[in-house]
Design a protein around this ligand. Structure first.
Ligand code: FUL
Length: 595
């Protein structure tokens, strides 16, 4: 009886305690923060890039802007096939090169005389922004636009007038095709017809984008929406902060690539990384690259190196001369999707229970189980003064895995700067299997295949109390070995400016030559050159004078250059006139093209 009376009397007190616990306020945000649009953008994880234009038909990477508009003549254009392929590959959005450096516009831009409207193709009625934006809506994909400020066709380029032309170009591309989720501003900037580089009016460009698309994420080397990851290999730094110090910089004068790759801890602005890479060596379709589509292993390595390192993956899949995604690429994309589905279908942390060394205010609201509930906005966190703490997940039996996924709740900022992961084997012994610096929106750690009964994440250091909202364990039995990262090609090194001569061994009919840079990071590469031929190695004929290898620093792949007419030669001599380093350049491949 006494007891019965006692319980109701205590109840309000208990309820008060529970309610008080649940009212523990969330941690204050730390440092630079993402906008809601940036958080939603980050959740997209993988998007498709589409490079398409005159270069598709001339097999070039950078058009000159002097191409006849009628080179652009897709024979069976099907933007719905692009969207269908992107959707089936699990992409969330598509970004199209509406205008590349050659200036050709894939839509009837009234500011230009170098567009689809001047083409014989479709009697000048073609409009790829219209077709693709409609196809994206049909397939539930976001639509994005790449527009190069560098324009090798526009006569006003290099003068103040061009800024107004470019503003109106943006008005036309961004005003007429519905919602645009991302505006991609390419960083390349060359000389105009007057020999001058354009001084871009970034404030005007940004204002114009936002006037049409207030929620668009603007890409450039320094954002403001997201940043280039510093290479065209699709690989973010193992350390990857979404914060960047942008004060004093603009898209034309940005921090060094090595900084873009990792960001700045505690940087002044939230500018998350976007890792762009092509499924083929080049950005535009070339028949000669049909056999060089990236392997499944390479794509998985890129996925882990981008999405798995707190970055978005923008994977380029260039349509061919028909205007369709080539069969080889689409098959590979489906294999890629199937592999990701297979790897991430079963979360071996399902059914686990969790405990932590610290829980904010002792509140259930911030318990470590929140990392397992599949909800984005619930998380484990600690009291404000705690910057190192551990969470242990007791697994539902012995589980075998080699991928550990951790997510930080980025709406409150990026905090963790050092952590490690330990596992407990069936005998109760603990061992360390991974360590890292940053986590960010998503971190996937590649470990050896381990069997464990429990997993512990030790946060060693955090700028403010850690806030983690996701954890998972997966087994990847698809990826065989990490692919060769392509930076260690065997090469010879020469002093910058010094000619390199090749004896072909016999007189050959050369239709061109090829050059492949060596170990770019170490030796550097040729950017501009003279190329001469000779029958006897004594008297030389200049065949290419002051030519440039397109985009070679950012994408150091083999470059094939065709001569205006075939040349009988026994020797080839290349003399660099501009290199990316001042002391040396490397050569991994150099020779004659004979067909
Ligand atoms: C670079 C460009 O120069 C390439 O041609 C390509 O479009 C790549 C995505 O960006 O800066």
């Amino acid at each position: 009886m006494k007891l019965n009376l006692f319980i109701p009397a205590l109840l309000p007190v208990c309820m008060l305690v529970v309610r008080a616990c649940d009212q523990t306020p969330p941690p204050a945000p730390y440092g630079a923060l993402p906008t809601t649009a940036q958080v939603e953008w980050q959740k997209m994880e993988t998007n498709m890039f589409v490079h398409f234009g005159p270069n598709t038909f001339t097999s070039s990477e950078w058009g000159t802007g002097k191409e006849d508009v009628d080179v652009f003549a897709p024979t069976a254009l099907d933007c719905r096939q692009w969207a269908r392929t992107a959707k089936a590959a699990g992409m969330k959005g598509v970004i199209i090169t509406a205008k590349h450096h050659d200036g050709f516009c894939l839509w009837p831009n009234p500011m230009s005389r170098h567009t689809v409207a001047q083409c014989a193709w479709m009697d000048g009625k073609g409009d790829i922004l219209r077709d693709l934006s409609e196809a994206c809506r049909e397939y539930g994909l976001e639509f994005g636009v790449y527009i190069s400020p560098w324009d090798r066709n526009d006569p006003t380029y290099g003068t103040d007038e061009y800024n107004e032309v470019f503003k109106k170009t943006l008005d036309s591309a961004l005003g007429d095709y519905g919602e645009v989720f991302e505006q991609w501003f390419d960083g390349a900037c060359g000389e105009g017809p007057n020999g001058k580089r354009q001084v871009y009016d970034w404030d005007l460009y940004h204002e114009t984008v936002y006037s049409h698309q207030p929620y668009a994420i603007i890409f450039s080397n320094v954002g403001p929406g997201c940043r280039w990851i510093g290479n065209e290999r699709g690989i973010a730094g193992e350390t990857c902060w979404s914060t960047l110090d942008v004060t004093g910089y603009d898209p034309s004068a940005s921090p060094h690539k090595s900084i873009l790759n990792v960001g700045n801890p505690g940087g002044d602005t939230w500018v998350p990384g976007e890792a762009d890479v092509s499924i083929r060596p080049g950005w535009f379709y070339k028949e000669s690259e049909d056999s060089k589509v990236k392997t499944l292993d390479q794509l998985l390595e890129i996925y882990y190196g981008s999405v798995g390192r707190n970055s978005l993956l923008l994977l380029n899949v260039p349509p061919d001369k028909r205007g369709r995604i080539h069969e080889t690429d689409s098959v590979r994309l489906m294999e890629f999707r199937a592999a990701l589905d297979r790897i991430f279908a079963t979360d071996l942390a399902d059914g686990a229970s969790a405990e932590a060394t610290e829980i904010r205010g002792g509140s259930r609201k911030y318990a470590p189980a929140k990392m397992l509930d599949g909800k984005y906005d619930t998380y484990w966190t600690t009291d404000d003064d705690v910057t190192s703490a551990s969470v242990t997940f007791m697994l539902d039996g012995v589980k075998t895995f080699n991928r550990v996924l951790i997510q930080e709740y980025i709406p409150l900022g990026q905090r963790v700067s050092a952590f490690n992961v330990e596992v407990q084997d069936a005998d109760g012994n603990w061992s360390k299997v991974a360590e890292g610096t940053t986590i960010g929106y998503k971190r996937i750690l590649l470990t050896d295949k381990v069997s464990a009964t429990a997993v512990r994440i030790n946060i060693e250091n955090s700028f403010a109390c850690p806030v983690l909202n996701g954890f998972g364990l997966f087994l990847d039995e698809v990826m065989t070995a990490p692919a060769d990262n392509g930076t260690a090609a065997k090469s010879v090194t020469r002093k910058a400016g010094e000619p390199f001569t090749l004896d072909l061994g016999k007189v050959t009919t050369a239709t061109g030559f090829f050059y492949e840079p060596g170990n770019l990071g170490k030796d550097g590469c040729i950017i501009c050159y003279n190329l001469e031929t000779s029958l006897d190695g004594k008297s030389w004929t200049m065949v290419c004078s002051e030519k440039m290898f397109d985009n070679i620093v950012n994408n150091p792949i083999r470059q094939d250059v065709r001569f205006a007419a075939p040349v009988e030669t026994r020797y080839l001599r290349i003399t660099p006139t501009r290199t990316d380093r001042t002391d040396t350049y490397g050569i991994a491949g150099f020779g004659a093209l004979e067909k």
